[in-house]
Design a protein around this ligand. Structure first.
Ligand SMILES: Nc1ncnc2c1ncn2[C@@H]1O[C@H](COP(=O)(O)OP(=O)(O)OP(=O)(O)O)[C@@H](O)[C@H]1O
Length: 259
């Protein structure tokens, strides 16, 4: 569901500092994400990609600076207003974070139970739609997470992230642990969802194929802030040592070969 204009700022991070004790993760970090784009967040291990995602979601409070999502500074909202607006985004954490004691359909229904008052029949119908939307067969709804492959678990997690028709989808390493065919299928799914639902996608990834296949823009985290934001072409032109190594290294050449 898209309620704003494509291209308008949907996530605005202004001058944030983030610390754990003396460990400074972000310093004066700026980032603007536009409605309707898929933005890939890349950077070396430990540069604070996941922490940035968690900070935008309000799970970690920045030590300085301001964050607005949908034009709203969530830190100024009451608990009720915050919960209401949080329904406007969906999150797929790295491990899928499914409840192991619940079936796929029950997992997808968790946000309905949490935020809405719907009949069981309606929740079953809505969950079936989301399960179909992520390319799982209807039978998958009655399976438990332990009965799913890694790729199916990611899709099930995605179905739950999409349960409340979010405007923004946050994905943390969605293709990690998938084989190349499963990862490519997941990339295609992200593109389909972006096209059909007009979603904005905030994607933390190391996967060069995913970057190439799905991202409109890429933001590179290094030296405690976003050092470059732009298209793949902008990345390829950069002479920054890490960016050059990452986008011109042997794995990059393989990912971009023939494209
Ligand atoms: N809860 C926490 N308490 C203390 N330090 C933390 C916590 N979470 C993250 N950190 C530290 O923040 C830094 C950035 O971590 P983060 O997980 O964001 O990195 P990343 O860029 O996502 O790395 P990777 O690519 O390896 O997943 C690391 O030095 C990490 O040790």
């Amino acid at each position: 569901m898209s309620t704003g204009k494509k291209g308008e700022p949907i996530i605005e991070v202004e001058g944030i500092d983030t610390r754990f004790g003396d460990n400074v993760i972000h310093e004066n970090l700026d980032l603007t994400v536009r409605r309707g784009e898929v933005i890939g967040i890349v950077g070396g291990s430990g540069t604070g990609k996941s922490v940035l995602l968690r900070t935008i979601l309000g799970l970690k409070k920045p030590d300085a600076g301001r964050i607005r999502v949908f034009g709203i500074d969530f830190s100024t909202l009451s608990e009720d207003e915050r919960r209401l607006n949080e329904q406007r985004w969906g999150v797929l954490f790295q491990d899928g974070a499914l409840f192991s004691a619940l079936t796929v359909a029950e997992n997808v229904q968790v946000p309905y139970r949490e935020h809405l008052h719907l009949s069981q029949e309606l929740m079953d119908e809505l969950a079936a739609v989301k399960i179909a939307m992520v390319g799982l067969k209807p039978e998958a709804g009655s399976l438990y997470p332990s009965e799913l492959s890694g790729g199916m678990r990611k899709r099930a997690g995605l179905a739950r992230a999409l349960a409340l028709d979010p405007e923004i989808l946050f994905l943390d390493e969605p293709t990690a642990g998938l084989d190349p065919i499963g990862a490519a299928a997941f990339d295609e799914l992200i593109n389909d969802l972006k096209e059909t639902l007009g979603l904005t996608v905030f994607l933390v990834t190391h996967d060069l194929d995913t970057l190439y296949a799905t991202c409109d823009r890429i933001a590179v985290l290094a030296e405690k802030h976003v050092i470059l934001i732009g298209t793949i072409e902008d990345m390829l032109r950069s002479s920054h040592p890490w960016i050059h190594e990452y986008f011109h290294g042997p794995r990059a050449r393989a990912a971009f070969a023939g494209k």
